[in-house]
Ligand binder design. Structure first.
Ligand code: GLU
Length: 296
């Protein structure tokens, strides 16, 4: 697997679990602005590998909302659910290299193993995998496939907004899932494979996803792929102080006034752009972004 990084390619990769709201528009706008400010291409990828979480029609609604805001992709959008062959190929590559292994553990098995080791470690509600099946399945059937993080050490990277970042992947996250027990591809594998196949040079997305970056950098390294640059954007918070989501009251973007929605997203990004026309506001926002985020 290889990737072409000769010029700027950015993307917006929404999961179609509902329509765009004020929070997701911030990531969409920032990724579009960064691509335009670099004279690059901007792609849209619908991340619908987790079928049970997807809402029927949300994909097309998101595309309509983006279009109403003047955020038009350079090329046809792609749907992850229609491109599983490259995920299978990547898993086979990792299996052949002895880096991916079958795992028979249920959540209860992982919790028991942690208790036995005298530590209950969680990260965002996920139990840190103690590596039980790394050495083999002991005759149990494999349920999921995991990537070994053995000797990953400290993963370090520089986020274009957040600055220097570091994570001890093996200790803080553990061997993570590539293919789930229900047969679905995990976000980590799909996102890394698609970013590489689409030649994405710059990932611009919400700050809630920053914590996934070390897993993605590790996966890229194991697959021999170039790492994109990363920029994580500020989050819009809901009334409960958590990231805005449907659960805490996010409303679908009001398509009757896309400029108002863009202005609000621009405020979250700290952009100074004033205009009463949507195309002119976008052009001014690109200029303002250039001033705030020097080209890299
Ligand atoms: N599909 C993910 C989401 O909607 C975003 C993935 C990414 O930008 O890497 O949260």
């Amino acid at each position: 697997m290889s990737s072409d990084r000769s010029c700027y390619v950015g993307r917006f990769a929404p999961s179609p679990t509902g329509p765009l709201h004020a929070g997701s528009l911030v990531a969409a706008l920032a990724s579009w602005l960064d691509a335009r400010a670099h004279g690059g291409r901007w792609l849209v990828r619908i991340e619908d590998v987790d079928g049970p979480r997807c809402v029927a029609g949300a994909d097309h609604l998101i595309l309509q909302q983006l279009a109403a805001c003047g955020l038009l992709p350079d090329g046809e959008p792609v749907w992850q659910s229609q491109r599983c062959a490259p995920y299978e190929q990547a898993l086979e590559q990792l299996q052949a290299a002895g880096l991916a292994y079958g795992c028979a553990c249920t959540r209860a098995d992982i919790a028991r193993a942690q208790e036995a080791a005298g530590q209950v470690q969680q990260r965002h509600g996920e139990l840190v995998y103690p590596g039980t099946c790394r050495a083999g399945l002991n005759g149990r059937p494999a349920r999921a496939w995991r990537l070994s993080t053995e000797n990953s050490g400290r993963i370090e990277w520089t986020d274009r907004r957040l600055g220097a970042q570091t994570q001890d992947l093996e200790r803080e996250v553990g061997d993570f899932v590539l293919k789930r027990a229900d047969g679905l591809w995990a976000y980590q594998l799909a996102v890394v494979v698609d970013d590489a196949l689409q030649g994405v040079t710059d990932v611009v997305r919400g700050e809630d996803l920053a914590d996934n970056t070390p897993r993605q950098l590790w996966l890229q390294r194991q697959l021999g792929l170039a790492a994109p640059r990363y920029l994580h954007t500020p989050l819009v918070l809901g009334a409960n102080g958590e990231k805005l989501s449907k659960q805490n009251g996010a409303l679908a973007l009001d398509l009757s006034d896309p400029l108002a929605a863009l202005r609000q997203a621009g405020n979250t990004l700290g952009l100074q752009a004033e205009s009463t026309s949507l195309p002119d506001w976008l052009a001014k926002a690109v200029q303002a972004w250039r001033g705030m985020m020097p080209a890299c």
